[in-house]
Design a protein around this ligand. Structure first.
Ligand code: SF4
Length: 308
């Protein structure tokens, strides 16, 4: 049973919807704390006002194995982002505003359409800056029969205080851990204090849902799944991140060490980012994860898996 149904039935979900909506008046939704009134259509760093924007939605089969199952993960791609990653592979959505505004009712209909298509979950992609709008849509969707678990699929620059509002609503957290070095994060993603904020967010997510639990059919039902995109030249700080996960979260954490880095968007302006990840760099990253004691790594490319 999806976590939010309990809050819905005991009447507490409405309080959370209201608490999140209040954050929009002097926007404190994410750690950027822009302080503008989004309810009056002012926009801050994420370029998003009162309504959420959606680029596309549908079953997705490229996500991690426990999310995809037979019928796919029900992704909703939100437009804009509270990160400014120079190398974003979805930059037309996250940085260039590809998408349209949706009302709360339209968002609810998207969730229900994904459920009707047999998806195993509702996968909220880049949800951080639109948490209040998502909760409003969710409330409507539950009224109309939504039962699927929610996946919170973020870049990991999330406010621990805002995440507290989601306690008991989100079933599966799937954040990135992008950097362990603050200056690199500022240069490549335009953030202040990414590592500190990111680590606090991961701890809060883990407090809420614990380690990833998978049912007898291989489908994730609850828990934390961490993504780490390995960047060339060690820019993502893999060693420190794996150490943090193993020591401060759990060595049993489910981790996807991602190998797909390819330069795009503004990456060609940064000499260290202007080439794909090498096989050697990926092997080193996997080795660092194993050496840190992590024992639940998402499926590896079979060729690479044989080589290590
Ligand atoms: S959600 Fe957007 S407007 Fe609000 S603090 Fe974050 S970047 Fe600023």
């Amino acid at each position: 049973m999806a976590a939010y149904l309990k809050l819905y039935h005991n009447g507490k979900l409405a309080e959370r919807v209201e608490a999140a909506n209040t954050l929009l008046k002097n926007c404190q939704v994410c750690p950027r704390h822009c302080g503008i009134n989004r309810l009056a259509e002012e926009t801050g760093e994420c370029n998003t006002g009162k309504l959420a924007m959606v680029s596309s939605y549908g079953p997705h089969f490229g996500e991690e194995t426990p999310l995809v199952g037979k019928h796919g993960s029900g992704t909703i791609f939100f437009t804009n982002c509270n990160l400014k990653c120079l190398f974003c592979q979805n930059y037309s959505i996250s940085q260039l505003g590809d998408g349209s505004e949706v009302t709360d009712e339209e968002l609810a209909r998207m969730m229900l359409a994904l459920q009707a298509r047999g998806c195993h979950n509702i996968n909220l992609v880049s949800p951080t800056h639109v948490i209040p709008q998502i909760l409003k849509g969710l409330e409507i969707a539950i009224n109309l029969g939504l039962r699927l678990p929610l996946v919170y699929n973020s870049g990991g620059y999330d406010s621990a205080e805002t995440l507290e509002i989601l306690d008991g609503i989100i079933d599966i957290y799937m954040p990135d851990m992008k950097y362990s070095d603050e200056r690199t994060a500022e240069e490549l993603s335009g953030t202040k204090n990414y590592p500190t904020i990111n680590q606090a967010a991961i701890k809060e997510m883990h407090r809420q849902v614990g380690g990833l639990k998978i049912d007898e059919d291989g489908i994730a039902i609850r828990g934390l799944l961490i993504r780490h995109l390995v960047l060339p030249h060690g820019l993502s700080g893999t060693k420190e991140i794996m150490k943090f996960i193993a020591e401060d979260i759990s060595p049993n954490s489910y981790v996807n060490v991602m190998a797909q880095y390819n330069p795009c968007y503004k990456a060609f302006r940064i000499p260290h980012l202007a080439r794909p990840l090498s096989k050697q760099e990926l092997l080193e990253a996997i080795e660092l994860a194993k050496r840190a004691g992590l024992n639940r790594l998402d499926r590896l490319d079979p060729v690479i898996a044989r080589a290590i």
